[in-house]
Design a protein around this ligand. Structure first.
Ligand code: SF4
Length: 219
């Protein structure tokens, strides 16, 4: 599979079986710079959605792979950065769904949930897996270190709004980071927040790979 630029795998995925990945963004284009990021600090901190790669090129690769006898359980739109920054995400999902019977999932940091167009794009996916690592703006700034245009409350309200209308599977992930968001009080806050989100599954995780910051400790 080494000849492909946008498609990788199939690889075993923690949550979804065998996953065929699509990466629609260049490496480390993200609207966060999380302290635990295994890719290191975000060099290209941006919150501007863009057609980084030609949609037709990505679809051509997928079509090519579809002709081969490759087993996978799910198509996952992910990448080494934030895939919702891809401005053609909605069209990408829609087209991929015409080319496979398997579910299409999007793994996202959830930052753009405040944006109506992004929510509309994500509605087309079968599974959406957003993260939420903070209970308030201060914690958000410390852990996720977002682009300045992103506000915690807008992000959270967007996620709640999305969860109330989304027909697919919504799987939330919380990354617990020692000393940042893992106190008993923090967990009580998370519980309150989660009661406002209409989700299907919750994954609580701790970072297992080397993080962006060397001062950081695993939970
Ligand atoms: S959202 Fe993901 S890619 Fe972006 S900085 Fe955080 S961990 Fe890294």
């Amino acid at each position: 599979m080494g000849i492909y630029k946008y498609i990788y795998g199939p690889v075993p995925s923690r949550r979804m079986g065998i996953s065929l990945g699509i990466s629609p963004i260049p490496k480390k284009y993200c609207n966060y710079s999380c302290v635990y990021c295994q890719l290191g600090r975000t060099k290209n901190l941006t919150n501007k959605r863009n057609e980084f790669f030609d949609l037709k090129e990505i679809l051509k690769e997928f079509q090519d792979i579809s002709k081969k006898d490759i087993y996978y359980d799910v198509v996952t739109i992910v990448g080494e950065g934030e895939p919702t920054l891809y401005s053609e995400l909605g069209r990408l999902i829609k087209k991929i769904k015409t080319m496979t019977d398997k579910p299409v999932a999007v793994i996202t940091n959830g930052a753009l949930m405040y944006d109506e167009k992004t929510r509309k794009d994500l509605m087309k996916a079968d599974i959406v897996l957003p993260s939420i690592d903070a209970c308030n703006e201060n914690m958000f700034t410390r852990i996720n270190r977002p682009s300045r245009s992103i506000n915690y409350n807008n992000m959270l309200e967007g996620l709640i709004e999305f969860s109330n209308h989304y027909k697919g599977q919504l799987w939330i992930e919380i990354m617990l980071v020692k000393g940042y968001n893992d106190s008993v009080d923090n967990l009580i806050e998370f519980k309150k927040i989660l009661t406002r989100i209409n989700y299907d599954k919750l994954y609580i995780n701790t970072p297992v790979r080397p993080p962006a910051e060397s001062y950081f400790q695993r939970s």
